[in-house]
Design a binder for this molecule. Structure first.
Ligand SMILES: [Zn+2]
Length: 169
């Protein structure tokens, strides 16, 4: 699966809730997990592979079953507390990382691939990852959380880079 990168408009679109967990959704989940490991990354939202459905996949964090990918369909954050600041990057934002402040503890609710309602508490890296991926479903990127100065510097750099790669193609 192709991973779309900024400034592709699909990353700015609002993903639609999944109404029925059918074969297409199961295939989407399998393909997203594969794309996440191939990249490699620790999380992926459906927007990033060009599908506007509310589906995220993410790495199983060490406190749980390590290495077992997790899935949340129609995820929402129902509790968020505390603050944590850490460096983030994104498979869809090439060649950039920046500090982002987010809630340090969250509780998220969604459906698993069998359609069961699941609630999960997350802190630190897992909380950051879930907030980052759920943001994607709302068309939000981590660079929206940094200062406008930093963001415009990144945009300039990206423009230059895209121009250079065009010239060399
Ligand atoms: Zn991302």
């Amino acid at each position: 699966m192709k991973i779309y990168t900024y400034p592709d408009p699909v990353l700015r679109a609002h993903a639609e809730p999944v109404k029925k967990i059918d074969n297409d959704i199961q295939n989407l989940i399998d393909n997203m997990i594969e794309a996440m490991y191939e990249a490699p990354g620790i999380g992926l939202a459906a927007n990033q592979v060009g599908v506007l459905k509310r589906v995220i996949v993410f790495e199983g964090f060490p406190r749980e079953k390590k290495g077992e990918p997790q899935v949340l369909i129609n995820p929402e954050i129902i509790v968020s507390e505390g603050k944590i600041s850490s460096e983030e990057a994104c498979l869809s934002v090439i060649d950039y990382a920046a500090d982002v402040t987010r809630a340090s503890h969250i509780k998220a609710r969604g459906l698993d691939r069998q359609g069961n309602v699941v609630e999960m508490e997350a802190e630190d890296l897992k909380a950051i990852c879930l907030q980052h991926e759920i943001d994607h479903l709302n068309g939000v990127l981590f660079i929206d959380h940094i200062s406008s100065l930093k963001r415009s510097l990144y945009k300039k750099r990206l423009k230059k880079r895209l121009k250079e790669s065009e010239a060399s193609a």
